[in-house]
Each structure stands twice: as structure tokens, then as C-alpha cells.
Design a protein around this ligand. Structure first.
Ligand SMILES: Nc1nc2c(ncn2[C@@H]2O[C@H](COP(=O)(O)OP(=O)(O)OP(=O)(O)O)[C@@H](O)[C@H]2O)c(=O)[nH]1
Length: 378
């Protein structure tokens, strides 16, 4: 069975690295050592052993110096450089894929550098098209206890889900500081969230009672997000104490199933649709080309030539064949047929048909067609 890839994303300081460190040791104690990848080029120390580390191939400080970039620009550029080798990375993971059940990936703290960059999309896409891939969105629970920060975090999660089109688990981390029950309740009970909005002191003074601008904006957003919540798995974890990690692994299993049943088919459908569109566009271009060459028309081809009125064949650049010259092959030799790919085959067929139509000769031998054409002109 293909290993599940868990891509860990989250706001800076939400605890991604600590979460992965705990997940790594949790899997080790279960004797299911994972394959670990670090994609954060700016991190100084990774507190766990990595199988692949972006810092081994891209030097973040050098990128800053060489390209004259600030911290975020250098992270994006480092990811861009790394993504050019992503097929090799996937190859390495694939080669060892029978030795582990999970591949865990840490991403840069600056979430936007990964999620909204071209390279981030290339990297996630590369994993998702090879392995069942799940996004773990890490949230700092104590910092999301106000309805506004909670909704901002949820909006971000929602945009990531629609951007990556991959199954997502929302992980409320740091439950040793604040339990995640309030967040789970807000996600399932609309009334509970409404109450929190009405009683929140940040959003209300004594008179407004939930009717202020911010409160009504948050209210509308929560309504909009209700449907999105139903697509998520929600888990409360503490990277410090290790609580909730078995529940997280169960959620990964259920999301992998979901990936296999729904997301994979949907991805295949999108890829197929894209390929068909490209094929159609190619075919259109080809018929335009044929039209430009005059090969698709019924009327005879107009040739622009200074020597149009001359009937002497020699003036048209025709020469007597050299009897000493070896006979040329005009079609591919049998053993070269395998080199023609499907597209070329189609192009060849279209040309062949156009040729036959033009010269009114049914035979497919191109050389003979040309000979007939010359005979007719004499
Ligand atoms: N109490 C508590 N603190 C935690 C937990 N997980 C992480 N932290 C703390 O949160 C802070 C940020 O943790 P990191 O793991 O560095 O977070 P990160 O998201 O990887 O950070 P960046 O990569 O810099 O964005 C650190 O001080 C951690 O010690 C947890 O479960 N409980």
C-alpha cells in the first residue's frame, strides 16, 4: 500500500515543528518509523532526524546574498530552486515506500510562502499525484480562543483546502494550555458560536450586544464556513504531552480512505479533462496549419512563383533523376515505426489524407503520389 503523505502547514509559531517532532517519536514508539522531509530552508535546527532536508541542497543565506533578497523572498526562491528537483525527491521517497507507512513533511513558518507560491503548488501536486496526501493544518488553540482569531484561522484553512484540493485535518495544538472543546463546539453548534459572539468583550461594548460591524462580519463569515466545517476532521493535540496523537493517526487513515475514494478520482478526472483540452487545441492548431498550407482545401493549391507561366519542367527546379543515386525511402522503415508517438501518428495521418485528396490518388505511397502529380503537370 502506498504510504500516506502528511503535509504540515500552519501560521508561524502554531507549533508545526514541535508537532512533527512528537508525531515522529509517537510513530517510532509504535514501530512505524516515518519518512521525514523538512521543507523549511530558514530553520536553524530541526529537532528530529530528516531523510530529506531542503537545507542540504539550498543554502538560505547564500540565496539572500546572491539574489539580494529579504527573508520571505529568500524562502520563496529557495523553494523554487528545490522544486526544480522535486521529481528526484519523489523518486527517492517512492524507492523506499515499502519501508514506511507515513511520510511527514514540515513547511516554512511563513505559510503564504508555501501555500500561495508556485513552487508550493508544484511540490504538493507532485506528492498528491504519487501518494495519498493529507494536509494537517496546525492551529495554536490558546491564541484562537476569541471568535475573531478563530474565524480568521478557519478562513485561512478554508482557502488552503480550496487551493490544494486535498483532504484536510484541522489540528488544535497546545491543548495542554487550553482545551479544544470550545472550538469543536463552535464548529458544530452555530448557536454556541452566536453566544460567544454576543458575549465577547473585544467585539461588544455594553450597548452593542453583537450588533457592531466586526461582530456582524464575523457572524456572516461563520455562516459561510458552516458547510466547509463538514468536510474537515478536527483533532485536539498537545505536542508537549503527546495527547491526541492516536486520534490524529485515526483521522489520517480516514482521510486517506477519502482521498482514495473521492479526491484521487477527482484529480484523475481533472488531469484527463486538461489533457483532452490540450489535445483539442493541438488539433485546432494543426487544422489551421493545414489550411494555411492549402492542404485542407478542395481547390488546387495556389503557388507563388516567378516561373508560374513557364511550362518547362526544368524551369520549376525539376531535374532529371540521377540514375547513380540510391533510391530513397519516403516512409519510415518498419523498425522505426515504434519511434512515432501518438501525436505524430495523428499528424502523419492528417498529412497523408490531405496529400491523397489533393492529388486524387488513393494510393498511400507518397513518392508515387508526387510522381503522378508531376506527370499531370506535363
Ligand atoms: N504549551 C505548548 N507549547 C507548544 C506546543 N507545541 C509547540 N509549542 C511551543 O510553541 C512555540 C512554537 O513552536 P514551533 O514548533 O517552533 O512552531 P512552528 O509553527 O514550527 O514555528 P515556525 O516554523 O517558526 O513558524 C515554541 O515555543 C514551542 O515550544 C504544545 O503542544 N504546547
Amino acid at each position: 500500500m502506498a504510504p500516506a503523505t502528511i503535509i504540515c502547514v500552519g501560521m508561524a509559531g502554531s507549533g508545526k515543528t514541535t508537532f512533527l517532532q512528537r508525531l515522529n517519536s509517537h510513530l517510532h514508539t509504535k514501530k512505524e518509523a516515518p519518512y521525514v522531509i523538512n521543507l523549511d530552508p530558514a530553520v536553524l535546527k530541526v529537532p528530529f532526524g530528516c531523510n530529506i532536508d531542503i537545507r542540504d541542497s539550498v543554502k538560505y543565506k547564500k540565496v539572500m546574498e546572491n539574489y539580494n533578497l529579504g527573508p520571505n523572498g529568500a524562502i520563496v526562491t529557495s523553494l523554487n530552486l528545490f522544486s526544480t528537483k522535486i521529481d528526484q525527491v519523489i523518486g527517492l521517497v517512492d524507492k523506499k515506500s515499502d519501508k514506511f507507512k507515513h511520510c511527514i513533511v514540515d513547511t516554512p513558518g511563513q505559510i503564504e510562502c508555501f501555500i500561495w507560491s508556485a513552487s508550493g503548488a508544484i511540490i504538493t501536486e507532485a506528492f498528491a499525484s504519487t501518494f495519498p496526501t493529507v494536509i494537517a493544518y496546525i492551529i495554536d488553540t490558546p491564541r484562537s480562543s476569541s471568535p475573531t482569531t478563530f474565524i480568521s484561522n478557519m478562513l485561512y484553512a478554508c482557502s488552503i483546502l480550496y487551493k490544494t484540493k486535498l483532504p484536510m485535518i484541522v489540528v488544535f495544538n497546545k491543548t495542554d494550555v487550553r482545551d479544544a472543546d470550545f472550538a469543536k463546539e463552535w464548529m458544530t453548534d452555530f448557536e454556541a458560536f452566536q453566544n460567544a459572539l454576543r458575549t465577547n468583550s473585544e467585539l461588544n461594548d455594553e450597548t452593542s450586544n453583537g450588533s457592531g460591524y466586526m461582530a456582524s462580519l464575523v457572524n456572516s463569515m461563520s455562516l459561510m464556513l458552516e458547510e466547509f466545517y463538514s468536510t474537515l476532521d478536527v483533532v485536539g493535540c498537545s505536542a508537549y504531552t503527546g495527547a491526541g496523537f492516536d486520534e490524529f493517526l485515526d483521522a489520517v487513515d480516514s482521510k486517506v480512505e477519502e482521498y482514495n475514494d473521492y479526491y484521487q478520482k477527482e484529480r484523475e478526472r481533472i488531469i484527463k479533462e486538461k489533457e483532452e483540452k490540450e489535445k483539442e487545441a493541438k488539433q485546432k492548431q494543426l487544422s489551421h496549419l493545414m489550411k494555411d498550407l492549402g492542404l485542407g482545401k478542395k481547390e488546387p493549391v495556389d503557388t507563388l512563383s516567378d516561373a508560374e507561366d513557364e511550362d518547362d519542367g526544368y524551369e520549376h527546379g525539376l531535374v532529371e533523376p540521377d540514375i547513380n543515386e540510391p533510391q530513397r525511402e519516403y516512409t519510415f522503415a518498419e523498425d522505426r515505426n515504434g519511434e512515432i508517438d501518438e501525436n505524430n501518428k495523428q499528424v502523419q495521418e492528417v498529412y497523408q489524407k490531405a496529400f491523397e485528396k489533393n492529388s486524387k490518388v488513393a494510393k498511400s505511397d507518397v513518392a508515387e503520389t508526387i510522381a503522378n502529380y508531376i506527370r499531370q503537370q506535363r
